[in-house]
Design a binder for this molecule. Structure first.
Ligand SMILES: Nc1ncnc2c1ncn2[C@@H]1O[C@H](COP(=O)(O)OP(=O)(O)OP(=O)(O)O)[C@@H](O)[C@H]1O
Ligand SMILES: O=C(O)C1=C[C@@H](O)[C@@H](O)[C@H](O)C1
Ligand SMILES: [Mg+2]
Length: 175
């Protein structure tokens, strides 16, 4: 039987990359991070892609990666925070695997992203306002595709991983 893949969605700083890597290890699944896959395919960083091609260019590359990766069984995919903006991406994510929305609050997301300069959309004087705005816009889209929602603001990375694992067993997604 093909193993169903697990797709992590949620805002910047929710922990998709961090949680996803550990979850994959625990399940014995391959781990793919769509942001890293885009960087590997282009040979440049995400800020450079935004500089040269704009957000639209980045989103086209992101959609190509999501379409490819979501067709593979038995992996954990950490998506980029804006992956759900595309209706095609949402359709592929919802139809091809088990989607986990890592939810968090604005203060926790601000705290977790403040020392990282690799997120072009947060290179602003007021990252808190940007994060709040993005959450308002994208929150319903994360919810739309989610099979499971996990609140992460109060929980350690390991507790989040453990909770997801328990739910995957309960739902019969993994043995
Ligand atoms: N539950 C948690 N508790 C405390 N810190 C966390 C938690 N989850 C993630 N972090 C920390 O927050 C930071 C951002 O996490 P991460 O890069 O995994 O987010 P992301 O969801 O992949 O963001 P992006 O969409 O920008 O790729 C990291 O330093 C990570 O260690
Ligand atoms: O929330 C977003 O729009 C983004 C999140 C990151 O994962 C990267 O995909 C990129 O920085 C854009
Ligand atoms: Mg990430």
């Amino acid at each position: 039987m093909n193993k169903q893949s697990i797709f992590l969605v949620g805002p910047m700083g929710a922990g998709k990359s961090t949680v996803g890597r550990i979850l994959a290890e625990k399940l014995g699944y391959e781990f793919i991070d769509s942001d890293h896959e885009i960087e590997a395919r282009t040979g440049v960083t995400i800020p450079v892609i935004f500089d040269i091609e704009g957000e639209g260019g980045f989103r086209a590359r992101e959609s190509a990666v999501i379409d490819d990766i979501t067709q593979l069984p038995g992996l954990v995919l950490a998506t980029g925070g804006g992956a759900v903006l595309s209706a095609d991406n949402r359709r592929h994510l919802a139809a091809r695997g088990f989607v986990v929305y890592l939810r968090s609050t604005v203060p926790a997301l601000v705290q977790r992203t403040k020392n990282d300069r690799n997120r072009p959309l947060l290179q602003t004087d007021n990252p808190e306002a940007v994060i709040a705005h993005l959450l308002t816009e994208r929150g319903p889209l994360y919810e739309e595709v989610a099979d499971l929602i996990v609140d992460t603001q109060q929980a350690s990375v390991f507790r989040v991983v453990r909770h997801i694992q328990d739910q995957l067993v309960r739902e019969g997604v993994v043995a």
